[in-house]
Design a protein around this ligand. Structure first.
Ligand code: SF4
Ligand code: SF4
Length: 380
């Protein structure tokens, strides 16, 4: 497994990081993690040399940290670096932040976190973080040895990132980078803002919530023609991992097949050649022309008070757009099948345009508008 070192981090970190946010489930509830297969995936990753594991207060309805504590502590402490995040948006006081930090240590069954992040420092969360002096609070914990490295994750605009990055002496930062978003959400500028300041970058969503593993037909053909033996997600993972200044690329793995594919990609890692980069640019152009809604299924927008399954609705519509881009004559029928797998109370027509979800989407998707688009299409 390829490992990278950064002067300020002081230890070698595996280029593949395991994101503990899309673990296999036993039932429908996001908190109902299926420990057997999920622990087997963690074991295999550690065996292959993965030493960075990323969880958060909110993942799997609070159960991801509990799983991390159970699964990782079956291994020697030096085998894993544990990163978790504080959900800043919901904080009302510094005392609450202190309390939650203590609970996180307990849930994860560790005495300290190797990496600790202020989660999603968009403009709202940033105001809260500054008001509650969270950097100062957690920097003190770093001095006390309770945190190894202090950073933040981010989904906002480059201008706002510039403000956040220059305000404090961050050890690292986590941003969304993939070949589709490099231009689409200005990931290129975000990456430069961090690397120009020598802030090590942790990449999230390299496969865009799985969307770059299930490409629209035309985009898929471009990659398969270029290399029939490589999975489409391995192209996306290599794109992110080829960037200098990237410490680790997080993959939110859901099954053993994904673990094996990522391990294969990151063992004896081969950076992209210029020709492969050009191939990916062509695939990205084909993807964009499919008219997809850029949802990553992160579920930050849920629950909807009207019961709409927002990521489920967008996933079925994106499947349709992708089939349409591939000139599949039964694209509409495929949409009907996937859309009807949502129960009627979860479908787009239940959206009341209350806008509660709108500011919660890190991809800046106009969700009520998207719901109307899908509801109108489904009614056709
Ligand atoms: S705008 Fe629509 S989808 Fe969003 S929370 Fe309101 S009802 Fe739900
Ligand atoms: S609509 Fe936005 S917030 Fe909701 S699941 Fe998709 S990407 Fe996440």
């Amino acid at each position: 497994m390829e490992k990278r070192t950064f002067k300020n981090i002081g230890k070698a970190i595996s280029l593949l990081g395991f994101g503990l946010m899309r673990l296999p489930l036993k039932g429908e509830s996001p908190g109902d993690i299926d420990y057997g297969p999920a622990e087997a995936m963690v074991d295999r990753a550690i065996e292959a040399g993965v030493n960075y594991f990323d969880t958060a207060w909110i993942y799997h309805a609070g159960q991801s940290e509990v799983f991390a504590g159970a699964a990782l502590n079956r291994h020697p402490r030096e085998k894993f670096n544990l990163a978790t995040k504080l959900w800043v948006r919901a904080l009302e006081s510094a005392d609450q932040a202190e309390r939650e930090f203590g609970q996180q240590l307990e849930k994860c069954k560790v005495n300290s976190f190797d990496f600790y992040l202020l989660h999603n420092l968009g403009e709202d969360a940033w105001d809260i973080a500054r008001k509650l002096r969270l950097y100062e609070l957690f920097n003190k914990k770093k001095e006390q040895g309770l945190i190894g490295n202090l950073g933040f994750s981010f989904h906002g605009s480059p201008d706002h990132l510039e403000r956040v990055a220059k305000e404090y002496d961050w050890d690292f930062a986590q941003i969304q980078v993939n070949y589709l978003d490099w231009d689409a959400i200005n990931a290129a500028r975000q990456y430069r803002i961090l690397t120009e300041r020598n802030i090590p970058v942790i990449v999230m969503e390299p496969v865009r919530g799985g969307a770059l593993a299930k490409l629209p037909t035309k985009a898929a053909e471009i990659l398969t023609d270029a290399d029939p033996t490589a999975s489409h997600s391995s192209w996306a993972v290599r794109y992110a991992a080829s960037l200098p200044g990237v410490m680790t690329v997080l993959s939110g793995m859901s099954n053993m097949e994904q673990v094996e594919d990522n391990v294969k990609t990151m063992t004896g890692f081969r950076p992209l050649s210029d020709g492969e980069r050009e191939t990916l640019e062509r695939a990205a152009t084909a993807y964009r022309s499919s008219g997809f809604i850029p949802c990553t299924s992160c579920r930050y927008c849920t629950p909807c008070p009207s019961g709409v399954d927002i990521p489920g609705v967008f996933a079925s519509y994106n499947r349709y757009r992708s089939e349409l881009a591939g000139a599949n004559p039964i694209a509409k029928m495929i949409f009907q099948m996937t859309y009807s797998s949502l129960v009627p109370s979860e479908q787009a027509h239940n959206c009341t345009s209350c806008e509660q979800c709108k500011t919660l989407c890190p991809q800046s998707i106009d969700i009520p508008r998207g719901m109307k688009e899908v509801a109108d299409f489904a009614a056709e």
